[in-house]
Write a protein that binds this ligand. Structure first.
Ligand SMILES: [Zn+2]
Ligand SMILES: [Zn+2]
Length: 351
């Protein structure tokens, strides 16, 4: 039996590098040789807190932001060929419900699957791509201008693009992003692409604000101590057109409401911890300022495909978000680096 190297999670803070059999595929599936897989906040949360059914007798390979080269195709598949480099949109719906048929499989309530979440993911040399993903167009052939590392970063970018479309960012807007992590910077990059006038990024960490300015010197980093006065100064007392909360702190949703100008648009991008999801908000500010408050989660295949195009055309540069590249054997080190949050995206690369 042929084997591969895989990083399997057995429970809370327990990831083991193992030699395991290469996954078998059926006639409707694809076997992908992973090239690049990025570490995400979701992976960190699963690692730190454990995850539903992952246990000593039920380990799972994490990793849902990835790209690779097709190694094998099931014999019923005619649309894909061995040797093609692809990125895979991880969210798979049932394919037949109202959400799925309208192209919003990420909102499917019937059956939802995602590699690295409830089936084996990409922190391994090979990954099985289920029939659902193949049928629903989740496997996207890469433009030659997009590297496998960039393609791995497309998944979070597609989620950010979902928010971008919901909230609407237009030329001349004053935009604030609360949270200067890799996601916050992706929001800032899309706002810049859309022609926003001032792109402000707020964080408690001075280090993170410095990183933002390094990524793009037009990004205005604002420390939380001076957030209100800086926003009012930059917007000449009007308040914001757009605010996106890209962090898990409930208080930032309150802050967002208080900093909005008339007809401002808000996106609550970051989900909150389960025990902190009830937030006391001043809804009168929504009423009197005629605000639009939106939410967004995950991304559709169409969004995933669109943001790959942004990367290919050079509209959004994601390369500047890559901090460090690791081999699978050193995934523990990569996880630690991501946890310490001093850098941006850490990527596992395969030969
Ligand atoms: Zn992710
Ligand atoms: Zn569905």
């Amino acid at each position: 039996m042929e084997t591969m190297l895989a990083a399997r999670m057995y429970g809370k803070q327990d990831i083991r590098i193992e030699e395991i059999p290469i996954p078998e595929i059926n006639d409707n599936e694809i076997l992908l040789k992973v090239k690049s897989a990025a570490i995400c906040g979701t992976d960190l949360r699963m690692y730190m807190n454990g995850y539903k059914d992952i246990a000593e007798d039920n380990p799972r390979i994490l990793g849902h932001e990835f790209s690779g080269v097709i190694e094998k195709v099931g014999k019923n598949i005619t649309e894909y060929k061995v040797g093609t480099t692809v990125a895979v949109a991880p969210n798979m719906g049932c394919g037949v419900c109202d959400y799925c048929t309208s192209g919003k499989g990420h909102l499917c309530q019937v059956s939802f699957q995602a590699p690295g979440i409830n089936i084996d993911g990409a922190f391994a040399e090979y990954i099985r791509i289920p029939e659902q993903a193949v049928r629903q167009g989740n496997v996207i052939i890469l433009d030659e201008r997009v590297s496998t590392e960039e393609a791995a970063l497309n998944e979070p970018l597609s989620c950010v693009y979902n928010a971008f479309q919901k909230v609407g960012v237009y030329p001349g807007d004053n935009v604030l992003i609360i949270g200067a992590g890799p996601i916050g910077i992706m929001h800032a990059k899309l706002a810049k692409m859309a022609g926003a006038a001032n792109i402000m990024i707020n964080d408690l960490s001075k280090e993170r604000l410095d990183i933002c300015r390094k990524v793009d010197k037009t990004f205005i980093g604002i420390h939380s101590d001076e957030l209100e006065q800086e926003v009012m100064k930059i917007t000449k007392g009007k308040g914001l057109d757009v605010c996106i909360t890209a962090n898990p702190a409930p208080v930032t949703q309150k802050i967002a409401l208080s900093l909005m100008g008339m007809e401002g648009r808000i996106n609550f991008f970051g989900g909150l911890p389960k025990d902190k999801e009830n937030v006391l908000l001043n809804t009168n500010s929504i009423h009197y300022k005629e605000l639009v408050v939106t939410g967004s989660t995950k991304a559709s295949v169409a969004m995933f495909s669109k943001t790959l195009q942004f990367i290919a055309e050079g509209l959004v540069d994601v390369k500047s978000l890559i901090s460090c590249q690791y081999e699978l054997e050193n995934i523990q080190e990569a996880i630690e680096a991501s946890r310490n949050a001093t850098g941006l995206k850490n990527i596992i690369n395969f030969k």
